[in-house]
Design a protein around this ligand. Sequence first.
Ligand code: ATP
Ligand code: MG
Length: 551
Amino acid sequence: MEDATRTPNNFIEEIVAQDLQQGKHASVLTRFPPEPNGYLHIGHAKAILVDFLTAEKFGGQCNLRFDDTNPVKEDTEYVDNIMEDIHWLGCDWGDRLFFASDYFDKLYGYAEQLIQKGLAYVCELTPEQMRAYRGTLTEPGKNSPWRDRPIEESLAEFRAMRDGKYKEGERTLRAKIDMASPNLNMRDPVIYRIMHTSHHRTGDAWCIYPMYDFQHPVSDAIEGITHSICTLEYEDHRPLYDWFLQALDWPNPPHQYEFARLNLAGTVMSKRYLKKLVDDKLVSGWDDPRMPTICGLRRRGYTPQAIRDFCATIGVAKSNSTVEMPVLEHCLRESLKTTTHRRMAVLDPIELVITNYPQGQSEEVEIANNAENPELGSRKVRFSGRVYIEREDFAIVPPPKYKRLSPDKEVRLMGAYIVKCTGYETDEAGQVTRVLCEYDPQSASGQCARKVKGVLHWVDAQTAVDAQVRLYDVLIDDEAEGELEDRLNKHSLQVLEHAKVEAALSDAEPGESFQFIRMGYFCADPDGKPGAPVFNRSVGLKDTWAKQAKK
Ligand code: ATP
Ligand code: MG
């Protein structure tokens, strides 16, 4: 019977559905194979969701396997954070946690098997010689002089490599394939190299480490992976993936399928660059809210749902492309729109004094927490005749169609009264320091039918809390050329030190999100303290992508 929940949504799901239908596999088993040499980014989120959700959809499972075969760059700090991020995204590997390093013994044994079959040899070419022998895209390579050494000799040399008899670079184990292959990956690739480096899990047990191209298919096969899903840059490695499993006579071997990696405009996604930004202190850390890392997006205020919706929106295809930031931002707004409380915050305050409001009086006005979601209820906000409004909401000489406040004009203070501007004060430089108004005591919100064009958000001056607000822009200027440093957007972070927020925001919990009315979505940052909150703008309110999508 057709199961509608299993209708394929992309070419990978089509392959899986077909393989299951034809009985090629009884169930599906995928894996996500991060290298613990950095933090995960949103590109990895795409891969994670493809791996986990494909398995889930077809009733299978997904292994988490750390690809930890290069001890020079890897660390347990990364292992822990990668696990945290995957769980945060809502994916769970249960008890299926593995490390490629768990297979070092087995991998070593399979490498000896290849030698015994005459399909691998120990080579003594130096790294420079090896490069010279490799040939180019247009010229075939040359056979290594060690290629046809006796099997027994290679075996003894390989054991000597393992036993630490050689220095780094003095010997390698290579697959014996074809030095004239048009695919450079097939030109006797290195399978094992010598590295006298402690491994974060196996310590000093090994001084030889397997290469990705050998380790990956064999680890997949050991675990019984059915569909090994990766990104397009591995397409040229697939013949090698298949070659190893065939050379080892693996029954019902796994297969590799490639999809297009996610590229996002306005940022970099390579771990090498992200690490450089962190190491050179060009950002505050892996979780800087400008970073495309999962922990950075989380600190910025992204929700797992927004990232999952984004990945569903962009889909899984086979051609590379770059996705524009507004697509991601749209998904965030959608996920926050009806779930977050709306609050009033003034980012660039000027004082507004209501001169006819009784001295010493104050009252509470009731304001809905989210006009689109009555379930979120309402709150009482103190009002005392002296408030802050945004500097840009007052103009001495209003531009055409200006609906905000200017001399002799009226606006409503949201949820409170209608006020009319009667004057203003300036400093020596001509900057407005204070706006003077009179209010209409009969115009309380909800009790007065009189309508005015402009409605301004405000914060009561007596109970206001000072907040730091951080506004963000893209990290990388895609138009700029040159080194990473030259391509950084110099205006990616703007810190507002003197924002005023309503009292209820005073002790916002780090990670809590709000809509600041008219200003965007903001998330409380862990740098804040009770009474001195810090907010990151997650995203503005204007949705350029929704309009485009409608068209
Ligand atoms: P490196 O540049 O260090 O090799 P990597 O991004 O490939 O980094 P891995 O930890 O090897 O890092 O990646 C784990 C998995 O995530 C791989 O299967 C890879 O295909 C996938 N992946 C990496 N970057 C992206 C991306 N931008 N879009 C989709 N998938 C990605
Ligand atoms: Mg990689």
